[in-house]
Design a protein around this ligand. Structure first.
Ligand code: FAD
Length: 282
């Protein structure tokens, strides 16, 4: 695939999950993603988990990019993590503010926004890392308004981010409108749509409400009708998300970033539907 195509995993919590991650990562190899990323639990809950999963994926031959969030962390802690990643040959990071987990009181750490983390990474490690940041076509749920959120996104780029991955969405107009508004401000970094497969209706609705992603009414209605019929949900989801991906690529999105949820099946099915040359072998 010539455009920027990447996959996201989360750190496995036990041996069975570790085996699943390895199996899925191997199954997804034929897609030849530009890189794979590994999420990070804010507050350090999966800090070593992220680093371990990065090592697993590096050993499989992937260019692995850890996510790093600054909320609840000190500059010294962040510097240690950055230097450890540099030592392991990591060249790409996804830099985030993160969300404070419950039980951490009001300790938000020394850096409060992702733009500050991006500046800190540049100060501490120069141009060593390619830095990805998050973008929200449908606005971050805590933002004052859409224009302020867009302004803060641009601050992250001005602080030194090289490209962005979006929160997932099901309405391509939201993405293209966001990209147009960013471009109108003279910002040219690639903004790659984050793609969420639909495999579990209840989970999707709960998570979308939390992170401010809109699930259109027609999709909600269809999911409600399928009830517990997993096969129908999967087939419907693959169809809807494949059409979304095709639409995004046809209209000029620079690539796709798949939230794999550590499974291979949906991402493979969707990319097969897109008739990508590298996916055909999968
Ligand atoms: P920011 O860009 O800092 O924005 C956060 C909020 O603050 C926004 O409402 C913004 O409008 C506002 N803001 C920004 N700058 C300022 C300022 N200077 N003054 C006032 N307000 C400001 N979370 C994890 O914990 N681990 C992960 O691995 C992870 N991976 C993610 C990957 C992607 C692609 C995406 C889209 C999200 C991911 N998240 C992850 C979720 C993310 O951490 C949350 O959405 C978090 O609430 C915001 O992080 P951010 O980096 O977008 O923050």
């Amino acid at each position: 695939m010539s455009s920027l195509f990447s996959l996201e995993f989360f750190p496995p919590r036990d041996n069975a999950a570790r085996e699943k991650l390895i199996r899925s990562a191997k199954q997804l190899e034929p897609l030849q993603p530009a890189y794979v990323s590994v999420t990070f639990g804010a507050g350090g809950s999966t800090r070593t988990g992220t680093a371990d999963a990065v090592s697993i994926l590096q050993d499989l031959g992937y260019d692995a990019a850890p996510h790093l969030s600054c909320i609840g962390a000190s500059r010294a802690e962040l510097r240690d993590i950055l230097l450890a990643y540099k030592e392991r040959g990591v060249r790409r990071l996804v830099a985030l503010r993160g969300d404070l987990p419950s039980g951490m009181g009001g300790d938000t750490g020394e850096l409060h926004y992702a733009s500050q983390l991006v500046s800190f990474i540049r100060e501490a490690t120069g141009d060593w890392f390619h830095i990805e940041v998050a973008a929200y076509p449908e606005m971050h749920p805590q933002a004052r308004n859409a224009s302020a959120d867009l302004g803060y996104f641009i601050e992250k780029v001005q602080a030194g981010a090289n490209s962005a991955i979006t929160q997932y969405f099901f309405n391509p107009d939201a993405y293209f409108d966001f990209v147009d508004r960013v471009r109108a401000r003279g910002v040219t970094v690639p903004i790659v749509p984050g793609i969420m497969p639909i495999t579990n209706g209840t989970q999707l609705l709960r998570f979308s409400d939390m992170c401010g992603a809109e699930v259109p009414r027609w999709i909600r209605l269809r999911l409600a009708e399928f009830g517990d019929d997993k096969a129908s949900i999967r087939a419907f989801g693959e169809d809807v998300v494949s059409r979304l991906c095709q639409n995004l690529l046809d209209q000029g999105a620079p690539g796709l970033h798949f939230y794999t949820l550590n499974g291979a099946e949906s991402t493979l099915a969707i990319t097969r539907n897109l008739s990508l040359p590298t996916a055909a072998a999968a």
